[in-house]
Design a protein around this ligand. Sequence first.
Ligand SMILES: [Zn+2]
Length: 165
Amino acid sequence: MRSFLYPLAAISLVGFTVSALVHIYSSFGWSFWESDPTAVLHIGAMITFVPIVIITVTSMQEVPQDGIWKQLLRGLPPWIRYVGYLLFVYAAVNFLLRQFLFGGNAVNDSNLFSSGWLISYGVSAAVYLSLAKTKTVVRRCINGHVVATDQSNCPECGNEVLNDA
Ligand SMILES: [Zn+2]
């Protein structure tokens, strides 16, 4: 798995950049969707996201719900999560503004989809870069208990966390 992290991160970053370009162009009313080389971005966004779902399902059962993203992104600075929230808020505001202020015509498929791709590729890139930096998917003490990202010692046995990058 580890050797796939950098290629997946690279694909996600390329997808993010191309999606940003499509989003900027489509903001001015140009839709690429019908002619359609950008469907590749749609498929790419799904392919890069699937391993994250698998990692979460297979490795995060013992992690509390609100700790999953913190564990997945703990190899990166904490502010990276706020960039993610911003992308979500932007996608929602962009859609609502175009839908209700400017009428349905201002929403074209390329514009709508690309705001979603930005979130998908952005999250994927962040998770793969983070996992490449941390030695384990989930932070654990030497006895194997899950330890939250804001705790320095295990709440269960008091032991420290080893090998946490
Ligand atoms: Zn422990």
